[in-house]
Write a protein that binds this ligand. Structure first.
Ligand code: SF4
Ligand code: SF4
Length: 514
């Protein structure tokens, strides 16, 4: 399915996107570090797209490492949440969580006891690949596993597309310029990623897995190829993707590898593909190999504002302030915090926020990296933004429509297809923050849809009421006619009796007996 190419031959450059200067080298040097438990863990219950998990522990209770502390909600897409280590539940309360635009979420506050005592409820399942697909998916759901590339979509749901899946693509492309967490994972633990891939193939009942790695990740490529050779599973192969941004976007990667385009509003399933992050595959293997649910992840901590850039394996719920401290603390140059990379990440207001399953990078930006000196200028219609857009949009046109805002036109011009990659901002000579305008416009479009849905509902209710009233009026006329017919021809009764009868029928309420 590799667009007519052999697996480790680099795919051609796409017509869209940009080449970014890599800033990964600082965090790439050195092995993955493991951070010990901090003094307090803030475990947010909303760790997935959809509905937050529901707590099953109480303040004062002792919990063990890997023990479920919240179960998947029955009210929508949801996954379980587990205690990252052993300790005491100190509180269950609203705490600030790291989401774009800020916000709070119910969180379980755990004070680690340093014993790392393990929960015995989950055991390793060495025959995992022979389990029936529904059971594999149930286990993955139970393990609280979500898309580790930052999307947070429940993995078990994504592994249940029905029949007709021809390939599983494992995304290890990591095209943001500072992030190297997946690179480190592939370099050091490719065997674990491939074990997860084999379990996912069994869940999908599929026979092809393509592990996508970027052309400038030589060590990771070598490690993946060595692991494939050692495993001897000819269903799994390596695909080398151009070092171009945003080649790691799900739709863009599928198009690069298969030549197939996922249509607007469609899903990768439509073209016979399921795409998962390499970190997600590693999390699946860890649960089946060791009985450990998703309680930790690798985070790249980098930027001019941190002492020593590194990839750090950290417990979910670790406060960012402690993570930065573990990475050598802030330098005098530290000027701001970003979660995710500089292209698709978002600013954090402070460091008292926890690491979540979505945290792949904490960028502690220095003064120069924030570059506050740029000033927005008017659009000069150069067309550069359209040239680089990976979603084939016309950003300058969307910008004009977003000013209105003209939601109908924004929708017809494909605003929903914008993947918020930031390419248009990057090339814009007028320094227009196009992406943030599109994020706001998407939010407005969503709210506008809600208002339209409410108006349509109100209109339907109004029409239904009109129909009810009409029906009632017609029933009354029929009733009058029936009683008149019962009495006989109008000429045979006196006029007063007829008037009283009409009055009686008029004043009758629905449901009154005749
Ligand atoms: S790149 Fe900037 S200046 Fe050029 S057309 Fe797009 S919005 Fe306008
Ligand atoms: S942010 Fe949206 S409009 Fe801009 S280049 Fe990316 S996909 Fe296109």
């Amino acid at each position: 399915m590799t667009n007519g190419r052999t697996s480790n031959q680099a795919l051609p450059l796409p017509a869209w996107g940009i080449r970014l200067e890599s800033r990964k080298v600082d965090s790439e040097t050195g092995a993955i570090k493991k951070m010990p438990p901090p003094g307090e863990l803030i475990v947010a219950l909303k760790q997935n797209i959809g509905v937050p998990a529901e707590t099953i522990v109480q303040p004062g209770e002792r919990v063990l490492k890997g023990q479920p502390i919240a179960i998947a909600s029955r009210w929508g897409l949801s996954v379980a949440v587990h205690a990252p280590t052993s300790g005491a539940v100190m509180a269950i309360e609203e705490r600030p969580i790291p989401v774009a635009g800020g916000g709070t979420g119910e969180s379980v506050i755990i004070e680690p006891d340093g014993k790392e005592e393990r929960y015995a409820g989950y055991v390793a399942q060495m025959n995992s690949k022979r389990l029936p697909p529904p059971q594999i998916r149930n286990e993955i759901m139970e393990a609280g596993i979500v898309g580790m590339g930052g999307a947070l979509f429940p993995t078990a749901t994504k592994l249940n597309p029905g029949s007709g899946i021809q390939a599983l693509i494992l995304n290890g492309v990591e095209c943001e310029p500072y992030i190297s967490a997946d690179n480190a994972l592939l370099t050091e633990r490719s065997d674990q990623v491939l074990r997860g891939a084999a379990i996912m193939l069994a869940a999908l009942d599929c026979d092809e897995c393509l592990v996508a790695v970027k052309a400038d990740m030589a060590e990771a490529q070598a490690a993946v190829q060595a692991a494939i050779d050692a495993l001897g599973d000819d269903r799994i192969s390596l695909v080398v993707v151009p070092a171009f941004y945003p080649a790691g976007g799900e739709r863009q990667l599928i198009e690069l590898i298969t030549g197939k385009e996922v249509q607007a509003g469609g899903l990768p399933w439509d073209v016979g593909v399921v795409c998962q992050n390499v970190g997600t595959a590693a999390a699946v293997a860890k649960f089946f190999d060791e009985g450990e649910p998703l309680i930790s992840r690798i985070v790249t901590v980098t930027g001019d504002g941190v002492g020593t850039a590194a990839n750090i394996e950290v417990m979910i719920g670790t406060p960012i302030v402690d993570l930065v401290e573990f990475a050598g603390g802030y330098t005098d140059d530290a000027a701001g915090l970003v979660m995710g990379g500089p292209m698709m990440g978002f600013s954090l207001p402070h460091d008292q926020l926890p690491v979540t399953k979505a945290t792949n990078c904490i960028l502690v930006a220095g003064q120069a990296e924030l570059d506050p000196s740029v000033r927005e200028m008017p659009c000069i219609r150069c067309g550069e933004c359209a040239r680089v857009c990976p979603a084939a949009l016309m950003p300058q046109q969307l910008l004009a429509l977003a000013r209105g805002p003209d939601y109908e036109a924004l929708e017809s011009q494909g605003l929903q297809d914008c993947i918020q990659c930031g390419c248009c901002d990057y090339v814009c000579p007028s320094y227009i923050p196009l992406t943030s305008r599109f994020i706001e416009a998407k939010q407005g479009l969503w709210e506008n849809h809600l208002v339209s849905q409410r108006s349509a509902l109100a209109l339907r209710r109004f029409d239904a009421r009109g129909e009810r009233l009409e029906r009632r009026e017609s029933d009354r006329s029929d009733e009058l006619q029936r009683q008149v017919d019962e009495i006989g021809p109008a000429g045979e009764i006196d006029a007063d009796a007829l008037r009283q009868l009409k009055q009686r029928v008029k004043s009758k309420k629905p449901g009154d007996k005749t």
